[in-house]
Write a protein that binds this ligand. Structure first.
Ligand code: TRP
Length: 330
């Protein structure tokens, strides 16, 4: 089985952009690969954070992923800092990484502009830690959003450089982009994101979702109920595509919009119904898992142990190749 690795930061509550853009995809991929999914707390500390809030944020992320269907008994869902090999391999990779390459990374430039008072070495080194995450398990497939493609390219470069310098060790991984990598916010103006306050939360109830959805903009050409619209110009239609099955999607929704057969409110209600069919079971499952978190915690412990063993083998191989193994002639 090929190895899949991906990581997610413990950023609090997931929204449907995270779910349809990434997590739902991971849920089906976990059956096709040996899958590692890491909650990357070591990446999260490269920006200002509150230490007291970190354990809760990590737990919440793990429970949400499990609620979405990432099965911690089957998939190696684990917490990055519980596997020390990641930081160990990062140091090794640091010594073969040109400084200029890190300074040129788009995310580093963006984040150092955003956090001017805290441009720490960890922020610069972020892509090297990410490369270590993937390569320590000899990951081959890396499902990520478009914004992470540069980091995956960088990881390939690290693997090539290491292999050229110390001998063939690491595979060259590939990014796997989702079919719907860019989900717009409710405002229709920008990508859905917590900082823009334009999200539908994964754990929101029907009433909470409707309060936001009912006032969200649609195709601006549909001023009156009787005005025909263009589904392709409507943000809500792009949401329908995520959850509405055929023939309802093209007949009721698209055709209904074009002919003014249905109004925007009817259309939104249909979307709400289809969305909640997907979100209700996730929210219920989250409630069950959160009531007994020790079950998931046990699976995380077992997974961290497996990851430490897998990582340990790669570290040993790397040390041998680099002349760092315990091989004195005595
Ligand atoms: N940098 C990724 C993000 O912010 C998270 C991440 C860390 C990751 N390590 C990874 C993703 C390894 C894929 C593979 O989304």
């Amino acid at each position: 089985m090929k190895v899949l690795f991906t990581g997610i930061q413990p950023t609090g509550l997931l929204h449907i952009g995270n779910y349809f853009g990434a997590v739902r995809n991971w849920v089906s991929l976990q059956h096709q690969y040996r899958t590692y999914i890491s909650v990357v707390d070591l990446h999260a500390i490269t920006i200002q954070y509150e230490p007291r809030e970190m354990p809760g944020a990590v737990q919440e992320m793990v429970l949400q992923l499990a609620a979405c269907g990432i099965d911690p008994e089957k998939t190696l869902l684990f917490v990055q800092s519980e596997v020390p090999g990641h930081a160990d391999l990062t140091w090794t990779f640091n010594t073969i990484t040109p400084l200029g390459e890190l300074e040129r990374m788009t995310q580093f430039k963006d984040k150092s502009a955003q956090h001017r008072k805290n441009v720490n070495v960890g922020l610069l080194d972020y892509p090297v830690l990410q490369a270590a995450d993937i390569l320590i398990y000899k990951g081959e497939v890396v499902p990520v959003g478009e914004d992470q493609v540069q980091h995956v390219e960088f990881t390939r470069e690290v693997a090539r450089r290491f292999n050229a310098r110390y001998g063939d060790t690491f595979p060259e991984c590939e990014a796997l982009l989702t079919a719907s990598p860019r989900i717009m916010g409710l405002d229709g103006q920008a990508k859905m994101s917590k900082s823009k306050d334009n999200t539908i939360g994964l754990l929101e109830t029907r009433e909470e979702v409707w309060a936001k959805l009912s006032v969200a903009p649609t195709d601006p050409a549909r001023v009156r109920r009787s005005d025909p619209g263009t589904p392709e110009k409507c943000n809500i239609y792009s949401y329908h595509k995520l959850v509405t099955p055929e023939p309802q999607l093209s007949q009721t929704v698209a055709q209904g919009c074009r002919t003014a057969g249905i109004g925007c409110i009817d259309c939104k209600k249909l979307f709400l119904d289809n969305l909640m069919k997907e979100l209700d079971p996730i929210r219920e499952r989250y409630g069950q898992l959160a009531a007994r978190p020790e079950k998931v915690r046990e699976a995380l412990d077992a997974n961290a142990a497996t990851c430490r063993a897998d990582a340990g083998r790669t570290i040993l191989e790397v040390k041998e190749k680099m002349g760092l193994a315990r091989t004195w002639k005595i």
